[in-house]
Design a protein around this ligand. Structure first.
Ligand SMILES: Nc1nc2c(ncn2[C@@H]2O[C@H](COP(=O)(O)OP(=O)(O)O)[C@@H](O)[C@H]2O)c(=O)[nH]1
Ligand SMILES: [Mg+2]
Length: 199
């Protein structure tokens, strides 16, 4: 699959603003600053589509990007930002819960992790949360440009073990700087979108 057209649609601040229509959604989750916005810009070949933040934790909204006029890429608010109050964490959790629970249009979840580091406790919690929904899952091990190529595979398998992901969960070494893994990510996106349409 290639992305020929990509538009920012909107940022939902509340579950009542979530988009409910007939188009399938590819959903991105990951801790803040892991590279979700960069991933979107990379697959869409547009550096200005999603705002890349030097300051983590700013995005508390669910951001919708329409792609090829036939699906959405949805950027969920990142977790793990230290300077967030207990109340904000609860609001965040409630929003994610509503998004996943009330949403029949999810074609796949792309869980974005940093290839260099073991998944954090929050990464693992998020992973366990997602398992409950039994949605097609892809691991994106990003910032691969910051590691030597020979270390990718050991890191990927270590992430698989730490996340409790079976061998059937694809984990792609990815870099939004070099474009590493982009074709594979788009290929999988196309496959899961295709499967979704055929339900
Ligand atoms: N070297 C490198 N830096 C990246 C990569 N992806 C994101 N970054 C950097 O990580 C920071 C956070 O990226 P962003 O996409 O805003 O993360 P988000 O908070 O998950 O949306 C920015 O400084 C990006 O330039 C990558 O693949 N390689
Ligand atoms: Mg972002």
């Amino acid at each position: 699959m290639t992305i020929k057209r990509a538009y920012y649609i909107k940022s939902a601040v509340d579950s009542k603003d979530f988009i409910v229509d007939e188009l399938p959604q590819v959903v991105l989750v990951g801790k803040s600053n892991v590279g979700k916005s960069s991933f979107i810009n990379c697959i869409a070949n547009n550096r200005k589509l999603a705002h890349i933040s030097g300051q983590p934790g700013k995005t508390r909204t669910v951001n919708y990007y329409k792609m090829n006029d036939d699906f959405y890429t949805v950027d969920l608010p990142g977790y793990g930002y230290a300077r967030v109050s207990k109340k904000e964490q609860l609001v965040w959790g409630d929003m994610i819960d509503r998004f996943l629970y009330e949403n029949a249009n999810i074609a796949a979840i792309f869980h974005i992790l940093d290839i260099r580091h073991p998944p954090t406790e929050l990464d693992r919690k998020m992973g366990d949360w997602l398992k409950f929904y039994e949605l097609p899952l892809v691991g994106i091990a990003t910032k691969a440009d910051k590691l030597g190529k020979t270390r990718w595979n050991p890191r990927v398998e270590s992430i698989r073990k730490d996340m409790g992901w079976s061998q059937f969960v694809p984990i792609i070494p990815f870099s939004s700087v070099t474009g590493q893994g982009k074709d594979r990510a788009l290929e999988l996106m196309g496959i899961y979108l295709g499967n979704y349409h055929s339900h």
